[in-house]
Design a protein around this ligand. Structure first.
Ligand code: F6P
Length: 342
């Protein structure tokens, strides 16, 4: 069999571990692997090269992706889909393993509907893909954020300041909730729960009354205030999937917190630091298991499926099942974090 592999959307620690697993397992099953460059853009533009055992040696621990990535959406123009189909035929592909988030996997699902052999691997540090208990990259991101919160704690305490820490999470607050819980955040704001700034001020004021002269407020980038959703973005440009660029809501929140409480407030936007660098052992193992499963699914001709983690097992599920709805933060988990607010 002649398989292709591509990585699309925002990068994520563990992508190289998937690529390595796909290439090594495919070789054992006598399948050749073509590395498609920069996500779906590589199939539209015809940019790809064979992936050998040598090409994937020494990449397990490296962040980023040796294939490059993009947010190219071929379905924006029928002409792009036609070029993608031409290159698919030209490369003699029997199937493509698409490693990505809901956008990349959405393209995979549409191609599967048109009869193309596609297998998905779920990827996002945001951990919001449905039907899989966790995505690789999330653990690494939480580790990075937790370390940052630990560091911010000591400086906040020294200066008697409020620290607002903005983390990634466009639609869901998984990173904010898990890293905030692990880091002992005094309040966590997530997109699933539009916030009331006065409640956050109360948390800070009550802590001060108890002699706690500092506070750590963790904010997911996609949060919305209860009363005014215009506060969310600072940039109106959109990507090919129509997503607005986020980042910066915490500046608005911090200014308002300082004004209302009178306590000096500082902002740290962790941004792409959360996506960079070496994956944790957990993410390397999960990514590797997903890669192995994707090859098995392709080998068995189970196209239109995705590797997923369910009850500790890696299983193959229909792509539509994963794309049906995003996975929101478990209310019980958030309630555990809430116990420590204030
Ligand atoms: O991968 C998803 C994500 O981490 C979102 O939380 C964030 O909004 C987005 O990526 C930002 O990515 P980029 O700056 O690469 O577009």
């Amino acid at each position: 069999m002649h398989l292709g592999i591509l990585t699309g959307g925002g990068d994520c620690p563990g992508l190289n571990a998937v690529i390595r697993a796909v290439v090594k397992r495919s070789a054992q099953l006598d399948h050749a692997v073509l590395g498609i460059k920069r996500g779906w853009a590589g199939l539209v533009e015809g940019e790809a090269s064979p992936l050998t055992d040598h090409a994937v040696s020494g990449i397990l621990h490296k962040g980023g992706t040796i294939l490059g990535t993009s947010r190219t959406n071929p379905f924006r123009a029928e002409e792009s889909v036609q070029r993608l189909e031409e290159h698919w035929r030209k490369f003699g592909l029997d199937g493509v393993i698409a490693v990505g988030g809901d956008d990349t996997l959405g393209v995979a699902a549409k191609l599967a509907e048109r009869g193309f052999g596609v297998v998905g691997v779920p990827k996002t540090i945001d951990n919001d893909i449905g039907a899989t208990e966790v995505t690789f990259g999330f653990d690494t991101a939480c580790q990075i954020v937790c370390e940052a919160i630990d560091r911010l704690h000591t400086t906040a305490e020294a200066h008697h300041r409020v620290m607002v820490v903005e983390v990634m999470g466009r639609h869901t607050g998984w990173i904010a909730t898990v890293a905030g819980l692990a880091g002992g955040a005094d309040c966590i704001l997530i997109p699933e729960r539009p916030f009331d700034l006065e409640e956050v001020c109360d948390v800070i004021r009550k802590r001060k009354e108890r002699g706690r002269n500092f506070s750590i407020i963790v904010v997911a980038e996609g949060v919305k205030p209860r009363e005014d959703s215009d506060l969310v973005t600072q940039d109106s440009r959109v990507d090919e999937f129509g997503h607005v660029r986020l980042g910066g809501i915490s500046n608005v929140i911090a200014d308002e917190l300082e004004r209302r409480t009178g306590i000096e407030t500082r902002v740290t936007i962790l941004g792409h630091v959360q996506r960079g660098g070496t994956p944790t052992a957990f993410d390397r193992v999960l990514a590797t298991r997903f890669g192995l499963k994707a090859v098995e699914l392709a080998d068995a001709g189970q196209w239109g499926t995705m590797a997923a983690l369910q009850c500790g097992q890696i299983v193959g599920i229909p792509l539509e099942e994963a794309l049906r709805e995003i996975k929101k933060v478990d209310p019980e988990l958030f309630a555990s974090a809430e116990v420590f607010f204030g």
